[in-house]
Write a protein that binds this ligand. Structure first.
Ligand code: RB5
Length: 150
């Protein structure tokens, strides 16, 4: 599996920790975004990078990190076919896969510590989409794109 990860400056430190963990899991990682935690880098650019990689099939999944996770998740969800879930704990990470088939997980580098973040990553990549009634709802989300995304 190929995973695209990017962050702004506020997510840089957590991104380095998560990137190392993903590589230790044997995943191929495409790394983008801020080059340090001190040089300002827009979460909009970082989100565009992850979402484009997933939307085009260059990556199978994405990890998007900014200070809160809010801005970068908003950006990612502006891309067709992207279901980016802002998660704060293992429960939301699990549900983002089981119920929402999220193809990008977002988190806040100023919100979660590295232990929680890595537990979220383990859960997010281990869980499968449950399908069934959830597939209908995810399909309904896709239908909205046909109306609202030109
Ligand atoms: C950067 O200061 C901060 O605004 C950004 O990382 C993010 O939290 C925005 O949603």
């Amino acid at each position: 599996m190929v995973v695209s990860i990017a962050s702004d400056h506020a997510g840089y430190d957590l991104r380095m920790t998560v990137k190392k963990h993903l590589e230790e899991m044997g995943l191929e990682v495409i790394d983008g975004g801020a080059v340090s935690s001190t040089e300002s880098f827009s979460y909009v650019e970082a989100g565009k990078k992850v979402a484009t990689d997933v939307m085009t099939g260059k990556a199978d999944r994405g990890v998007a990190i900014c200070g809160t996770g809010i801005g970068i998740s908003m950006v990612c969800n502006k891309f067709k076919g992207i279901r980016c879930a802002l998660c704060h704990d293992e429960y939301t990470a699990r549900m983002s896969r089981q119920h929402n088939n999220a193809n990008i997980i977002a988190m806040g580098g100023r919100v979660v510590g590295s232990s929680v973040a890595l537990a979220m990553i383990d859960t997010y990549f281990a869980e499968e989409f449950a399908g069934g009634r959830h597939a209908v709802r995810v399909g309904d989300i896709s239908s909205l794109e046909e109306v609202n995304f030109k």
